[in-house]
Design a protein around this ligand. Sequence first.
Ligand SMILES: [Fe+2]
Length: 256
Amino acid sequence: MKKINHKLHVNKIKKNGYTIIKNFLSINELSLIKNKIKKIENQKSTVKTGNNIWHLHNYDEIFTNVICKKDIQKILIPLLNDPFYKNINLNLPNYILGESMIIDEKGFMNLHLDSYIPSSSSKLYMANVLFLLDDRSRDNACTILIKNTHRKDSYPDRNKKNYTYLEGKKGDLIIYDSRIWHGRCEAKTNTSNRTLVYIVQSWFIKQRFDYIHLLPKKIFKKLSNLEKQFLGFCSIPPKDNKKIISIRQGYEVLKN
Ligand SMILES: [Fe+2]
C-alpha cells in the first residue's frame, strides 16, 4: 500500500461525499480476515440474515483492530470527532461504532440514507466504512450513489438514475458520508461480492444495538483503551441520575 494522503481523502469526503482508497488491506490482512469470517459463519451462535453476518466485532478483536487502524483514524478524526470532548486527547478518536456487519447481497437496493436524518450541515456526523473483501463492480451488485447529495437536506428522490458506481477490487476501502443517497445495483453475475461494513458516528448518536452489553468479556479484555472507547465504553448514559457527571468520559472509566 502506498502512503495515504489523509487530508486528500478528508477533503474528498467533505466535497464529494465519498472516497476510495485502493489496496488498503494487504493480501495477508485480507486472508486473515477472510479466514476469521469462514470460522464465524459456521458457528451456530452467529447472528445472520441470509448470507449477511451481524456484529463482527463481537466474535473476534480483529474486527475492531481493523477499523481502528491509524490510517482510518487520521481520516475520521477530522470528520467525526467532537471538538469539545475534553477528557480524551483530540488527536485520538472520540467517535464511536454504530454498527458492524458483512454484507453479501445480489439484489437491487433503492436509494436511501444511513444517517436517518438528512442535513445540509458542513459537519458530518456519520460515515460508512466499507472494506471490499471481493472485487465489486456494476456486474456484481456494487454500491451506487448519487453524487453531491450528502448535503441535500432531503430524503432521496428514488426516480434519480444518474448513479455513480462504487467499483473496486478486494482490499480497497470506501468511505462515504452516511447522508449521501446510496443503494446497490442488481447483480448480473453470481460472483462473490462480500463487504465488511461499519457505520461510524459521532459519540452522541445512539448506537444501533446495545454493544456495551453484547460484547463478550473475553473480547473486551483484548482491546486497547482506544478500541474500547470506539465501541462506546466512554460515553455510556449514566444509570444513576443523582450523580452529576459528564457523559463525555475519558479512558479512566475503562479501569472499572
Ligand atoms: Fe445503506
